[in-house]
Design a protein around this ligand. Structure first.
Ligand code: ZN
Length: 219
């Protein structure tokens, strides 16, 4: 929760360290052995019949959960449309479901993201906003950082008049272990440009999120 992380970029896990990370990537046999070690740590026998296929399934699950490292969020947003015919209202994609994993416990963070921006000349296909959420969710994350990364990337690539990102999520490291608070939901937001400076724009964004059963008031 170091506040400097919220500024984004400095620890953005894309780009320069990619090669180093690729070189350090373990091979499949090492991963299977690591899962067998965790099974033994749990107190069971990895040679037991029911567990024989487990290391392989865990390895494949990791490939899905952490696909985001192979995605380039900037590239996802780069194809924009410039003909907006004077459209200058908020564009919002609400209730984008995502599954991420907390970087402290590698346990699921399950929630919804609401992503809005106020275009300035350029707009992007609406599905790209969902893909950008996935590109950052499918990594080891903390919710605050993910919220900032999504907003900062949209700001950098689309250069809109403003960006707002609200994420609400439950953290299984908190609901199933530790303090055991089932149902507790964490809400984070990042507002840039007009969403930060203009209270009317921010209010409109928040009311659009809450309209018709979306938003923080609704489970
Ligand atoms: Zn955690």
């Amino acid at each position: 929760m170091n506040p400097t992380q919220l500024a984004g970029k400095s620890d953005d896990p894309s780009a320069p360290q990619d090669e180093a990370r690729e070189a350090a990537r373990p091979n499949r046999d090492e991963v299977l052995a690591a899962v067998r070690t965790l099974i033994r740590w749990a107190g069971d026998d990895p040679a037991r019949e029911g567990l024989l296929g487990t290391p392989d399934r865990v390895a494949r699950s990791y490939e899905q959960y952490f696909q985001g490292y192979a995605l380039d969020p900037v590239a996802i947003l780069q194809r924009t449309f410039e003909e907006v015919d004077g459209y200058d209202e908020i564009v919002l994609l609400r209730d984008i479901r995502f599954v991420s994993h907390c970087e402290h416990h590698i346990m699921p963070i399950i929630g919804r993201a609401h992503v809005g921006y106020l275009p300035d000349k350029r707009v992007v296909g609406i599905s790209k906003l969902a893909r950008i959420v996935d590109a950052y969710a499918r990594r080891l994350q903390i919710q605050e950082k993910m919220t900032a990364q999504i907003a900062n990337t949209i700001e950098d690539v689309l250069q809109p008049q403003g960006v707002g990102v609200v994420i609400e999520a439950t953290h299984q490291c908190m609901t199933t272990r530790g303090v055991h608070k089932p149902g507790a939901m964490m809400v984070t937001s990042r507002m840039l440009g007009r969403f930060r400076s203009d209270p009317r724009t921010r209010r409109e964004f928040l009311s659009l999120i809450r309209a018709q059963g979306g938003g923080p008031d609704h489970s």
